[in-house]
Design a protein around this ligand. Structure first.
Ligand SMILES: [Zn+2]
Length: 1026
């Protein structure tokens, strides 16, 4: 990629999948069971031999753009630093082993030299034109796109982003021919009927995705013409398109032959289109300033035949950075775009087909679950779309429980839904499914009691005890700690909870192991007593110490026999016992120096404990509520490796910070009541020839591709990086499957399976046309977090800038046919430089301005484990003008009218004093009122008489009986409803303290230490035109 920026660390994924550790060797002396064995395949001994990248002496240095030179530490990638990660891999102080390159992956800084040799098993029959863009360096793109065969000479620039033409997806029943293939041409040929019974009309094309079938066809026995769901079958010789009936029947049962003329799916599928698709329309960024779409940024649709695309996985769950997969790693390297997947596997779904089956059909060879993209060879055989093994269709799979018909295995829900859940039979259990077990670990030191958080936790729990996910077996327990650890005996029969104090924190033991976790139903009264009395019990405490480590050790001992969830509430730096930490934050809190120190953990204690937890199916969620430095980079490891989550409320205080108290309360309710899966594992498989090499998120990699997730929650996102190990020349499509096996809170073992199918392409322009700029940005953000920790913040920043430069350069030199001045980019990537600049100014990566270390580390945590939609709002907040909203274009949901104002560029230029603007960055919303905002808006929405009367700390909109009030509230409520956690609202005016926070999000503007968007574009242009 652009991975140029990051590639050198990828190999670390095998061993330290969650990122490098400062002390890798010492990590797992006693936990070999959880340790991923070192993978020699990632140890690239050729690293040292890699060609020298363009280096300091390569005359790449150019004068800085105007205004940059005086801010050298904040400059984007100095050309001298450029080979980016080369420098890091040779001289950075990072631990050894963490920078090895994947051996299969040509060094991505190799772009100065010749591309690696093309695959040696390319059939000569293909001719050079079919794959030349991957195998050589054609100066001009169009040469690579000469279609093979009698396809009209459409530019490959046509087609890609367009939906498939209607010709492919609909077969009208009356057009069917008994022995012919449907005139879809993109489907395979059905075999001739074995019994001579004419096949039913192929109406399944029309209602793919529904289980209905026409009456009279349901019970048709075997021997009918067979639909192939084989993605490979939809492409064949171009000539096929016009003469679909002559294709030999045998073709259907073959793997696509190596010699088959290749045609990019875009071209093949969309031969009716000839104009340049919108995705590839060339944009000159220096001229077109307003690039934001009026609504949300659209997700590119993979260029598959429409009937396959209709079955594809929702982009809300499964997204790929490139919706057209390059045929070779060489081609991918040339595109300089990162290849990876973004997943939100346990997302709350309004519709989820659930199947109970004693025999879950999977590939015998690679264990892939049967899915919409397998192909049926005939009624009794299906071919795996990941490894191509031909498997038998089990007898019971012949019956379709949905349509109650026999003989239509391809209509089973498993083959009609790319997202499906199975209730697993006993073979998927290593032990009886565990009960839901919740253990709360509460800081009760003086500092903690001062913040007043304990009341909120106890009150929220009291209110939600009956709705905690679980069944009759659900257990709950409490541990509190200051300089000692306190347990609560909740045994049935006690008249009140009994507090047990263990003061030996060096070797903490469990006083009464059997009575500390109590059945929620049986112990409810005692629990309620405890929750009511806890806040008072410590109100006069003078204890200032924090024995967090010993409390966690005790909690682990208590939970390890069953597994479960620890919820830890911490308000200060742990000071005594194991895991005690020292303040490391620089006094100035400024990253004005070249780099930010202490992004890596100070101790292995929390990671080791997390791995112990992971091995015993315990996840740890951390709530950090503190105004002081708590060393989140060390503490966060406890959640990161145990698949927990981190929640951070800086400057939390019940009285001083009421809006944060409100947010904490609402977040906690969501946290306590959201769905939860226990003792989970997730495996991501991909079509043979591709591999996953680095994972991002909170988990531990138990074996090469098995993520251990003691808990899984619906708000967790994951990302993976992939490479192409073998050329995909024979394939027209590849698939990715994520299977999440978990125990529901009701004690059921379930498997949620998502399958994504994407076309394979052989031209750079097709790759660019399918680029998903948001997915690319999110993956780069995760990679940059790893880079910041393993190398340095400045390295990560340079790599981000280079990611933009590299892909723009590749586009300019290898795709554009007409060179013209300006900074040119295809429409689908037009927001890429803006997003990269936004990342450079994001709290995680910014320099020069004040950013508390814990806040920075928390921002990094969020980039790693939030789902894509929330990451994008964090990176590039949304700005709307709200004082002139109308109902034009409004949504109508449940009889509520929701106005849809246009998203504005993040620039002060867009603000005006006589208006009001709402900014939404995901966790906080600011409603900024201009000094000359119309008095009507101020009275009708804010309920005050004038601008001057707007209170300083206003965080609620009054419910006024005016059209403006209900419109504004409807819009804000709608934004809030669309995310799991509750964003607070601040109504601000020019004098407000929070105005600086609001202005900090004006990404397009120049600041004291960072470039404006336009200056950044000029910098990119300089680098690209070299
Ligand atoms: Zn298989």
């Amino acid at each position: 990629m652009s991975s140029s920026g990051f590639a050198s660390q990828n190999g670390a994924g095998g061993t330290y999948a969650n990122g490098p550790s400062p002390n890798p060797v010492a990590l797992y002396p006693s936990n070999q069971g959880y340790m991923t064995p070192p993978q020699p395949t990632y140890l690239n001994s050729t690293l040292a031999k890699a060609p020298t990248p363009p280096g300091p002496n390569n005359n790449r240095h150019q004068p800085s753009p105007v205004g940059m030179s005086q801010h050298s530490p904040q400059q984007p990638a100095s050309p001298n630093h450029r080979p980016v990660l080369t420098a890091a891999s040779q001289s950075s102080p990072t631990p050894p082993n963490s920078y090895y390159q994947h051996p299969q992956q040509p060094p991505s800084w190799h772009y100065g030299g010749a591309p690696p040799p093309a695959a040696n098993h390319v059939s000569p029959a293909l001719g050079p034109t079919a794959y030349s863009s991957g195998a050589s360096t054609p100066p001009v793109f169009q040469n690579t796109m000469q279609p093979v065969g009698p396809v009209p000479p459409y530019s490959s620039l046509s087609s890609v982003a367009m939906p498939a033409p209607p010709a492919m997806n609909v077969v009208a029943p009356q057009t069917h021919l008994p022995y012919g293939i449907p005139p879809t041409a993109m489907r395979g040929t059905p075999p001739p009927p074995a019994t001579g019974v004419p096949p039913p009309p192929l109406t399944y094309h029309n209602d793919a995705g529904s289980y209905s079938s026409q009456p009279g066809q349901m019970n048709r026995p075997m021997g009918t013409a067979y639909p192939s769901l084989q993605p490979t079958a939809y492409q064949s010789r171009p000539g096929m398109q016009t003469s679909p009936y002559i294709q030999p029947t045998a073709q259907l049962y073959q793997q696509p032959s190596v010699g088959t003329a290749q045609l990019s799916p875009s071209l093949a599928a969309l031969s009716l289109q000839s104009e340049t698709p919108e995705a590839l329309r060339v944009v000159n960024l220096l001229q077109e300033r307003n690039l934001l779409p009026p609504g949300t940024v659209t997700v590119p649709t993979p260029c598959l035949p429409q009937d396959l695309q209709k079955l594809n996985c929702s982009p809300e769950v499964f997204r790929c950075t490139l919706t057209s997969i390059p045929q070779t790693q060489a081609l991918l390297n040339k595109a300089k775009l990162p290849l990876g997947l973004l997943l939100h596997p346990f997302k709350d779904l309004s519709q989820l087909p659930v199947v109970t089956s004693s025999n879950i059909v999977r590939c015998r060879s690679c264990r892939t679950y049967i899915n919409p993209f397998v192909s049926f060879m005939d009624q009794r055989k299906w071919k795996c779309n990941l490894c191509y093994r031909v498997n038998d269709v089990p007898e019971e799979f012949m019956y379709n429980p949905v349509s109650r018909s026999y003989g239509t295995p391809h209509k089973r829900p498993e083959v009609q839904n790319a997202t499906i859940e199975f209730i697993a039979p006993s073979e998927y259990m290593l032990r009886p499914p565990q009960p839901a077990v919740y253990l709360f670990i509460l800081d009760v030191s003086h500092n903690a009691v001062e913040t007043g958080y304990l009341d909120v936790v106890c009150q929220t729990l009291l209110e939600n005890l009956d709705v905690l996910p679980g069944d009759a077996r659900t257990k709950i327990g409490f541990i509190t700690f200051d300089s000692t650890v306190h347990f609560y005996n909740l045994q049935e029969g006690l008249s009140q909870p009994q507090m047990l104090i263990v003061s030996d924190i060096e070797d903490v033991f469990i006083p009464t192991p059997d009575s500390l976790l109590v059945n929620l139903k049986e112990g409810k009264e005692l629990l309620q007593d405890l929750l009511k009395s806890l806040p008072q019990m410590f109100c006069k405490t003078m204890e200032t110490q924090s024995a967090l480590g010993p409390a966690l050790q005790a909690a682990f001992k208590l939970l390890s026999p069953t597994g479960g969830r620890m919820s830890v509430f911490q308000t200060q730096l742990p000071t005594v016992g194991a895991g005690a930490l020292k303040p490391r934050e620089e006094p100035s809190h400024k990253a004005s120096a070249k780099d930010v120190q202490h992004l890596a953990p100070a101790t292995d204690f929390y990671k080791k404990l997390a791995l112990d937890c992971s091995g015993h199916q315990v996840a740890v969620d951390l709530f950090l509520l503190s105004a002081q430095y708590c060393d989140l980079s060390s503490l966060g490891c406890i959640s990161r490796y145990s698949a927990g989550s981190v929640h951070y409320y800086p400057s939390y205080h019940k009285h001083h910070n009421p809006s944060q108290t409100e947010r904490f309360q609402k977040d906690l309710k969501r946290y306590l009541t959201r769905k939860i899966g226990f003792e989970a594992v997730m495996r991501i498989r991909c079509t043979k020839g591709m591999s996953i090499h680095t994972f991002h998120g909170n988990f531990f990699v138990r074996s090469t591709d098995l993520l251990s997730l003691p808990n899984v929650n619906p708000d967790a996102g994951f990302a993976v990086q992939m490479s192409i190990d073998e050329n995909l020349l024979d394939m027209q499509a590849v698939s990715f499957q994520a299977a999440l096996l978990y125990t529901s809170s009701k004690g059921e073992r379930r498997i949620r399976v998502h399958t994504l199918c994407l076309p394979v392409v052989n031209s750079l322009s097709d790759i660019f046309a399918g680029a998903d700029v948001q997915a690319i940005t999110c993956l780069l953000a995760s990679m940059a977090v790893d880079r910041s920790v393993s190398a340095s913040l400045s390295d990560a920043r340079d790599a981000l800038t280079n990611a933009a430069i590299d892909s723009l350069t590749s586009y300019r030199t290898s795709v554009l046919t007409i060179q013209q001045p300006g900074l040119l980019i295809p429409t689908c990537l037009r927001l890429f430089p803006l997003y990269i600049l936004a990342l450079l100014k994001h709290k995680a990566f910014r320099t020069g301005t004040s950013a508390r270390l814990d806040e920075r580390v928390f921002a990094m945590c969020q980039l790693k484990y939030q789902p894509l939609a929330y990451i994008m709002l964090m990176i590039h907040p949304a700005l709307y003008r709200v004082d002139d909203m109308t109902d034009e274009g409004a949504l109508n949901i449940d009889e509520r009218t929701i106005p849809q104002p246009r998203a504005l560029q993040l620039s002060v230029e867009k603000l005006s004093r006589d208006a009001a603007f709402l900014m939404d960055n995901g966790t906080v919303m600011y409603l900024w009122i201009g000094r000359n905002c119309s008095p009507a808006f101020i009275t009708q929405v804010l309920g005050v008489q004038s601008y001057a009367a707007i209170p300083q700390n206003m965080t609620q909109l009054p419910e006024l009986d005016t059209a403006e009030s209900s419109r504004t509230r409807a819009f804000i409520d709608w934004l809030r409803e669309r995310r799991p956690f509750y964003p607070t609202l601040h109504i601000i005016r020019d004098e407000s303290q929070l105005k600086a926070d609001f202005m900090q999000n004006m990404i397009e503007d120049r600041t004291e230490s960072a470039l404006s968007y336009y200056e950044f574009l000029l910098h990119l242009q300089q680098q690209v035109s070299k």
